[in-house]
Write a protein that binds this ligand. Structure first.
Ligand code: TNX
Length: 531
């Protein structure tokens, strides 16, 4: 499999080392040029910007040096390994990367960076007289197991400024992950500028105070918290992601988790049951009773919101949440009950489906697809909808059997807000204990699915909820190194859980920690929190 001096993560599908299979190896130096064949210029630019900055090498466009990195798109690679597949060969003066598509080529460039050693992950050279950067002799053929390899960042509970999001896009790319799901709205904050409804961010983007620690904590910080992305910020995030072959999936959560929107526009709430004009952006955690009113006005409002969202995000999928929507207000509300009667629905669960189905049709008519948390199955799932299975595997299994696409993200396995160790010294001592090894042994496709059903599993996603992650430092600590193990699960063809070679993974992690150090990632140290 891999070789001690490469320690690639995620593991490639096939790697052969040393001559004759891999040729002699290649050394990058001041004369090394990049020969970018048609369609590969963006990857050449990325190499120049990152590897060029770290090494101080010019990596100039090809003229005729003889010593070069060749980038090309290759139809045969695409046939054999798909658009995200690549081959990488180092052979004397040539380091050749062939991509099935531009994405495959980009993942090949990520592998090349790992082969150069941890210092290739810095932003400037640290050894000024280091003039040569050897690549070992090898031949790699590689392609991902899943096409949805994602991470969700909850920027609603604690806002992560734009720079933090761009930094995470770089970290995802370094791990060959290709989906960033942005949880943009929740009870505690609305984080995306909507020009038609400015109060969503003026009012909904800020709260007066924040519950400290988990929801049972008796303390608040008594300081305002907030922030949001302007539409230009979003355009920048989406373009930066696209250059890294990452799709940004926006989430606008309905009909629950909506108190920040109701605080901004009280008519969105069930004002015949509660005084919605008195509601503020929520300062506590948990499941919130203040949900959207099932009115035409609410539908039009969110259509207008989504209109702006679609213009900003080219992703084929739009996430509409659908999770944790308590039905008590609908039960008590004459308006909601009248709506149930008028639509001939059996009850409040069907009212939730009515919301979801409406937006499924609305998105489908605009060439997009709806994805939602697994609660959207209850009361009947809209036709083309896909499901994020979070309450374990059950929702995903049911959805796959009913012919729906699924992204597996069971909270018991891949919720990165949950603690990594039983010790009370953990900075975030909440949830299930899920260690690095637990994540490494996570299997996204349940054995009980048939082949056809299993093909409905688009992939998998790790979710970083941010109730207790109030800074980039905390996010790094919770997310890493577990995201590294997750990335290998999402990309590599690993044996079944029990047979996975965790020891080999931890051996390769020794090198990978040095890469994360060079990138400035504040991961949880293997020995536990620092005193
Ligand atoms: C459940 S996952 C939630 C989130 C919380 C998370 C905390 C999901 C769809 N809902 O609102 O942040 O648990 O782990």
């Amino acid at each position: 499999m891999t070789h001690p001096d490469t320690d690639l993560i995620p593991l490639p599908r096939r790697a052969q080392h040393g001559p004759p299979a891999g040729g002699e190896g290649t050394t990058l130096d001041e004369r090394t040029e990049i020969e970018a064949r048609p369609g590969t210029e963006r990857v050449a630019r990325w190499l120049r910007q990152t590897v060029g900055a770290a090494t101080g090498l010019p990596l100039a466009p090809f003229r005729d040096s003889g010593n070069r990195i060749v980038l090309r798109l290759d139809p045969e690679t695409e046939r054999e390994l798909g658009p995200e597949g690549y081959r990488l060969v180092t052979d004397g003066p040539l380091a050749l990367i062939e991509g099935g598509g531009e994405a495959g080529l980009f993942w090949g460039a990520q592998t090349l960076r790992q082969l150069l050693g941890p210092d290739a992950f810095r932003r400037a050279p640290t050894v000024p007289d280091k003039r040569t950067w050897p690549l070992p002799a090898l031949r790699i053929e590689d392609a991902p197991r899943f096409r949805w390899r994602g991470m969700m960042l909850d920027v609603a509970r604690h806002f992560l400024p734009k720079d933090g999001v761009l930094r995470y896009l770089d970290l995802l790319a370094a791990h060959k992950l290709n989906v960033l799901h942005l949880h943009l709205t929740d009870d505690q904050g609305w984080r995306i500028e909507i020009t038609r409804y400015p109060k969503l961010t003026e009012v909904g983007g800020w709260r007066e105070r924040t519950k400290l620690g988990h929801r049972a904590s008796p303390l608040w910080d008594e300081r305002p918290h907030g922030g949001f992305y302007t539409q230009d910020d979003i355009r920048e995030i989406v373009a930066y992601a696209a250059e890294r072959h990452i799709t940004v999936v926006p989430e606008i959560d309905i009909p629950g988790h909506s108190q920040a929107a109701i605080a901004a526009y009280p008519e969105l709430g069930n004002s015949d049951v509660v005084d919605t004009a008195a509601l503020k952006v929520w300062d506590t955690w948990g499941v919130n009773p203040n949900v959207l009113a099932p009115t035409e006005n609410t539908l039009r409002f969110y259509e207008n919101v989504l209109e702006e969202v679609l213009a900003l995000f080219p992703a084929p999928f739009v996430h509409i949440g659908g999770d944790e929507c308590p039905k008590d207000q609908w039960r008590a509300s004459p308006t909601a009950q009248a709506r149930i009667a008028e639509l001939g629905l059996a009850g409040e669960d069907e009212l939730q489906s009515w919301f979801i189905r409406h937006f499924d049709r609305w998105l489908t008519a605009r060439g997009r697809r709806l994805i939602g948390w697994d609660e959207i199955i209850e009361g009947g799932l809209a036709e083309g909808a896909a499901v994020s299975s979070w309450r374990g595997y059950g929702g995903g299994i049911a959805a796959a059997r009913a012919g729906h696409d699924v992204v597996m993200c069971p909270e018991q396995q891949v919720y990165l807000d949950h603690r990594q160790h039983a010790s009370m010294d953990e900075p975030v001592p909440i949830g299930f204990v899920r260690t690095l090894e637990d994540v490494y042994r996570f299997e996204p496709v349940p054995a009980e699915l048939s082949g056809e059903e299993a093909a409905r599993v688009l992939g998998t996603q790790a979710n970083a909820w941010s109730e207790v992650m109030d800074s980039q430092q905390r996010v790094d600590y919770q997310v890493f190194p577990r995201l590294t193990a997750f990335a290998e699960v999402a990309w590599s063809q690993l044996p079944p859980s029990d047979a996975r070679d965790y020891q080999d993974f931890t051996r390769r992690m020794t090198t990978h920690y040095a890469r994360l150090d060079a990138l400035g990632v504040g991961y949880r140290p293997p020995a536990g929190p620092h005193p």
